[in-house]
Design a protein around this ligand. Structure first.
Ligand code: KG4
Ligand code: ZN
Length: 361
């Protein structure tokens, strides 16, 4: 049972649920000063969607309905808990696929009504960010790069739960670019891991893809002085995909070795484009910690290159990445974010409905 003593919470147990896309996940998070994983169960639908080459929303929603209760039951069992031990329910409210989100939200509302347990709604993107608070201690102000299948953004966090988006994608997300590129190269879904695997055997310098700079052109102000706008921290990945499409169309057929070369060159392009803006943002905002999160944070090249660049250029900035299983969608990260909402007393009382395009700030 939770105890509040001198502003410190003791012994809090949260049952967290995540169903925003194609993973049905439940976790039990507990902790006093910081959140810890007691159990973390993920039922992936990759095998179901693989045949379609991507997530089919209707199929995803149906699979969540089938999986949600067994996944919750297992999460409770693995944590040696029952619903009697749970103080709070946490759930992803958005962003995500509406049919998928509804399953998690309505399940949590039913448990809440039956057991009188309060609900903490969590933004999926802040969940990704808080995956880094599960076994490490980031320092504020921190800079986060959230890179997933649906989002690519640089977020400045001055204190818990206070977000400022300083860069975002103008078109495709980085994960989406990986997924689309994999399709063009005849590699399986999900594209990120498939490209990454093929890239290991390829030559990253065989093809060159552009580094996109979205900085506005210099302009003359009303007094005739030339002004240079600040370099943009926004991203764009659709041009890389179009460049790849052009190569694929021109060549028509490829050897396996050539597919590996294209995968390696494309992966390098995504990583370099991400890296450029991260370094610019660190230079401009001087964070104490840099956090990498979201599904694409599982990419080995991205993890390694960022580490190397930060160690060389900003050795004083703490660099944090979640372990691989906490990069892609999971419920432990939702529980971690909920932990800080509860600590701050910022639990919304209004009736909970899923919001497919929920923003982070
Ligand atoms: O965060 P996530 O699990 O779901 C969303 O919130 O979108 O991210 C999924 C995305 C997919 O686009 C997938 O291709 C990408 O993350 N991804 C990767 C890797 N593992 C997953 N991208 C590159 N390299 C990887 N190893
Ligand atoms: Zn995600």
């Amino acid at each position: 049972m939770t105890l509040f003593i001198d502003g410190i919470i003791y012994n809090m147990k949260i049952l967290a649920i995540e169903t925003s896309c194609d993973e049905t996940a439940a976790a039990v998070i507990e902790g006093d000063m910081s959140p810890k994983i007691s159990s973390n169960v993920i039922s992936s639908q990759i095998d179901i969607h693989k045949d379609f080459g991507g997530v089919v929303p209707e199929v995803a929603a149906r699979a969540h309905i089938e999986n949600i209760i067994p996944v919750i039951t297992r999460a409770l069992k693995e944590s040696h808990a029952t619903l009697d031990d749970i103080d709070y329910l946490a759930v992803t409210r958005g962003p995500g696929l509406i049919g998928s989100l509804v399953v998690g939200v309505e399940t949590v509302k039913a448990i809440s009504a039956a057991r009188n347990i309060p609900i903490v709604p969590v933004n999926h993107l802040e969940g990704h960010l808080y995956a880094n608070f599960l076994d490490t201690k980031p320092q504020f102000p921190l800079l986060a790069l959230i890179v997933s299948g649906g989002h690519t953004m640089l977020v400045l966090v001055r204190e818990h739960l206070s977000y400022k988006v300083i860069g975002t994608t103008r078109d495709d997300a980085a994960g989406e670019a990986f997924d689309k590129a994999a399709k063009l190269l005849g590699l399986p879904y999900p594209g990120g891991p498939a490209i990454s695997k093929a890239a290991e055997k390829g030559d990253k310098d065989r093809y060159s893809f552009p580094i996109i700079d979205l900085t506005e052109k210099p302009y003359r102000d009303k007094d005739g002085f030339l002004r240079y706008p600040e370099p943009s921290l926004d991203f764009s990945f659709s041009g890389l995909k179009t460049a790849l499409l052009k190569i694929v169309k021109e060549k028509k057929s490829f050897t396996k070795g050539e597919v590996n070369n294209l995968a390696a060159s494309f992966e390098k392009a995504i990583v370099d484009n991400l890296l450029k803006n991260v370094l610019l943002a660190i230079e401009r905002h001087k964070p104490k910690t840099f956090i990498l999160s979201g599904g694409v944070a599982a990419n080995r090249k991205l993890r390694e290159n960022l580490k190397q660049e930060l160690e060389n250029k900003y050795p004083k900035v703490q660099y944090l990445i979640p372990e691989i299983t906490l990069c892609t969608d999971n419920a432990a990260m939702i529980g971690a974010a909920a932990f800080y909402h509860i600590k701050k007393g910022s639990i919304e009382k209004e009736s909970l409905i899923p919001v497919p395009n929920l923003k982070i700030s």
